[in-house]
Design a protein around this ligand. Structure first.
Ligand SMILES: Cc1cc2nc3c(=O)[nH]c(=O)nc-3n(C[C@H](O)[C@H](O)[C@H](O)COP(=O)(O)O)c2cc1C
Length: 187
């Protein structure tokens, strides 16, 4: 059984339909470590933080707590991200988390040709979401962005689970949730 990292960006917490799907999907997993972005209150990177991080990178102080989230992400054998569809993508807390994770020489490195080489262990990332309306996958900029990040970090496969139309009057919400459940990846 692989070590799963669950990144929880389901900001409505107990009321979140996205979180419900995530918890159901994770039932089949044995070792789940959770990063709860609703409680972490991460700060977006500012000048001081960027400066400090560069100093630590140059000193190769990889055990500094500033790199904890990045090292945790890098070492996970499987990544599950739960994030509702907000404003065509996902909650800002998830973008801020990615800023903290995206550290050169931990999750990726630059090659001599100036291209990225991913360093993450995970072989796949499962992106679980729900939306108020009905959307095409290429309109989900959160999913598209996460595909780019996975490529940069060296995660070869991104799986997409979404329940749509949950805020449209007359939608059979349970039927939409069931459709999403039916698309849970087998492993
Ligand atoms: C701040 C915010 C922004 C949203 N933006 C969109 C949107 O752009 N398109 C859409 O279809 N639904 C949008 N919705 C509706 C959510 O996608 C929908 O209610 C979703 O199921 C929420 O997930 P949750 O139950 O896990 O919180 C938005 C909801 C909120 C609270």
């Amino acid at each position: 059984m692989s070590k799963v990292l669950f990144v929880n960006a389901c900001m409505r917490e107990a009321d979140s339909r996205t979180l419900k799907l995530c918890r159901e999907y994770l039932l089949s997993k044995e070792q789940v470590e959770e990063v709860d972005l609703t409680r972490l209150y991460l700060i977006p990177f500012n000048a001081e933080m960027v400066h400090k991080r560069i100093q630590l990178q140059e000193a190769k102080q990889w055990d500094d707590p500033l790199f904890d989230l990045s090292r945790q992400f890098c070492n996970a054998e499987e990544i599950v991200i739960g994030a509702p569809y907000w404003d065509l993508s996902f909650p800002a807390a998830l973008k801020v988390y990615i800023e903290h994770v995206s550290v050169c020489d931990i999750v990726f490195r630059f090659t001599n040709h100036g291209t990225y080489e991913g360093l993450c262990k995970a072989r796949h990332l499962t992106y679980i979401s729900t939306s108020g309306g009905f959307i095409e996958s290429d309109e989900d900029l959160g999913y598209e962005y996460m595909c780019g990040i996975a490529k940069m970090f060296g995660i070869p496969e991104v799986r997409y689970v979404i329940a749509q139309g949950l805020d449209i009057e007359g939608t059979d919400i349970e039927a939409q949730m069931d459709k999403a459940r039916a698309s849970f990846p087998a492993q």
